[in-house]
Design a protein around this ligand. Structure first.
Ligand code: UDP
Length: 242
């Protein structure tokens, strides 16, 4: 059975899906035995995809691309297309909250100990959460086959990969066949936030499209990465226009 189609918008040749209920769509597919790769798109990732055709292809073939960043949402709004921002960390949290018995969860990524703490936090909040396993994100090439084997054996249903962009997208694209009926999400730094290693921007910043400003204040060495925002604005509006 094929999944219900989602309405698809486009920015710089990349898809962005519009829905009022991404989690409902994902869980309904999961419960019909269909896996999915979810990409959480923001301006920085769009710019990376513009330079990297392999990343671009992965985003184009993802089952669900959600508007994670304010830049993406503002781009569509300026074109008169309303779309609600959906931060990846919130989508991932909601998936955990709605997971049923038997829908087990695997966290992969982050510095040693971080994903473990994140999982403990979730276990305390959701005592019935079925935990398949946890793996930090700094494995050597020699250690990778053991992780592959674990995933193959465990067959978790929710697999969150927090290796940063684009490493996590490439990793998911290469490995999703191991658990073809799972939901695979690239979650960036979500384990850092759930574990309390890093703080998320206060709601006021998020609601006013200023999460990037808070991140800049927290991690000033990222200033160069922030330049992708004005680059994105320019590129998105001139894309396909002579
Ligand atoms: N990370 C990892 N393995 C690596 C490189 C990074 O597990 O080889 C983790 C890092 O510890 C952090 C996460 O990737 O928890 C996301 O990093 P960042 O905040 O840079 O993510 P982005 O903003 O690029 O999504």
């Amino acid at each position: 059975m094929s999944p219900d189609r989602l309405e698809q918008l486009s920015v710089m040749g990349l898809p962005v899906h519009r829905s009022q209920n991404y989690v409902g769509w994902l869980l309904s597919n999961l419960r019909q035995g269909m896996g999915a790769h979810i990409v959480t798109l923001n301006a920085e990732m769009s710019m990376q995809a513009d330079r990297n055709p392999d990343l671009r292809k992965i985003i184009q073939s993802a089952d669900l691309v959600i508007p994670d960043g304010s830049g993406i949402v503002l781009y569509f709004r300026l074109q008169g297309k309303r779309i609600q921002r959906c931060p990846g960390i919130e989508l991932a949290a909601e998936l955990l909250q709605q997971a049923q018995a038997g829908e087990s969860v695997f966290f992969y990524g982050g510095a040693p100990g971080v994903a473990d703490s994140a999982m403990q936090v979730w276990q305390q909040r959701l005592p019935n959460l079925a935990i398949a396993g946890v793996q930090h994100g700094y494995l050597t090439a020699q250690q990778q086959p053991a992780l592959r084997q674990r995933l193959k054996t465990l067959q978790p249903k929710l697999i969150f990969v927090g290796l940063g962009v684009p490493r996590q997208e490439f990793w998911i694209a290469q490995h999703r066949h191991l658990c073809s009926r799972a939901i695979w999400v690239g979650v960036g730094g979500s384990f850092d936030i759930w574990s309390g290693t890093k703080a998320r921007a206060p709601a006021w910043f998020c609601n006013n499209h200023l999460e990037w400003l808070y991140r800049l204040y927290q991690e000033p060495w990222r200033w160069r990465r922030m330049l992708s925002l004005p680059h994105f604005a320019w590129r998105a509006f001139t894309y396909n226009r002579p």
